[in-house]
Design a protein around this ligand. Structure first.
Ligand code: ATP
Ligand code: MG
Length: 243
């Protein structure tokens, strides 16, 4: 569904992604894992248009999206939940979620109906609709961010580290929400620092190290791949030894 070929992207004078190839199958949950700084968030930013790629291509269902503006990419059906600072803390839960639809001004009635629909999956939309987003817990904020991304019924949702900073009890809730989005027909491309959690949720997985794809396959193959631990802790051990 999404095809990434030879993607090169970075910041300032530095290339972070150095030729990334990645295929995101329709109806799957694809999880990118890898050490801190490997470029995982950079891949998602290059797909969502927040960062313009320097070379390579990103297509969805054969349509070239490379270098398009974020709004055009959202219109093409790709919505992103960023790694941090997703919500307007001084706006309510309801205002934050509806904001996800205003981007491509749909009729108000349609937005209200979609809100009610999403409240079936994310009960917090009903129970805390009028609460300021700034008063929610980390896990609750995640739910609101997911719902906002789903307002426009995207084909693909990009999730950057959905469990970041959450306690173990919240992991299960996040896992259930990702499965619910997926069950509703959304293709998912996610980044996850909790490797075990990410791979248990995913159908496909990619291990990214230093801006290149080290491994790609089904999540179950990657989970028991002999090089998996080495790619994480081998690198960490070398980095530690160099200090
Ligand atoms: N806006 C930016 N300006 C300059 N450098 C950046 C910027 N964002 C990220 N980088 C650098 O790009 C590299 C890759 O960052 P990225 O955020 O993609 O890594 P990541 O794999 O998502 O890491 P983490 O697991 O810590 O989230 C890092 O060296 C980082 O310092
Ligand atoms: Mg990141």
């Amino acid at each position: 569904m999404i095809e990434i070929n030879g993607l090169v992207a970075g910041y300032g004078g530095l290339d972070i992604l150095r030729g990334v190839d990645l295929s995101v199958p329709r109806g799957g949950i694809t999880c990118i894992v890898g050490p801190n700084g490997a470029g995982k968030s950079t891949v998602l930013k290059a797909v969502s248009g927040v960062l313009r790629p320097r070379a390579g291509s990103v297509t969805i269902d054969g349509t070239d999206l490379t270098g398009r503006e974020p709004e055009a990419i959202l219109r093409a059906g790709i919505a992103q939940v960023p790694q941090r600072n997703g919500l307007f803390t001084r706006l309510t839960v309801r205002q934050n979620v509806l904001m996800g639809g205003y981007v491509i001004r749909k009729r108000r009635g349609h937005l209200d109906a979609r809100y009610e629909e999403l409240a079936q999956t994310f009960p917090i939309l009903a129970s805390r609709a009028g609460a300021l987003a700034g008063t929610l817990s980390g896990g609750q904020r995640r739910m609101v961010e997911f719902a906002r991304a789903l307002m426009l019924e995207p084909k693909v949702v990009l999730l950057d580290e959905p469990t970041l900073g959450l306690d173990p009890a919240s992991l299960a809730v996040i896992g259930d929400s990702v499965r619910a989005m997926h069950a509703a027909g959304t293709t998912i491309l996610m980044v996850e620092q909790n490797v075990r959690f990410g791979l248990s949720l995913a159908s496909h997985a990619t291990v990214l190290t230093a801006g290149t794809v080290a491994l790609h396959g089904t999540a179950s193959d990657i989970a028991c791949h002999p090089r998996l631990m080495d790619l994480f802790f081998g690198d960490a051990a070398h980095a530690g030894a160099g200090r």
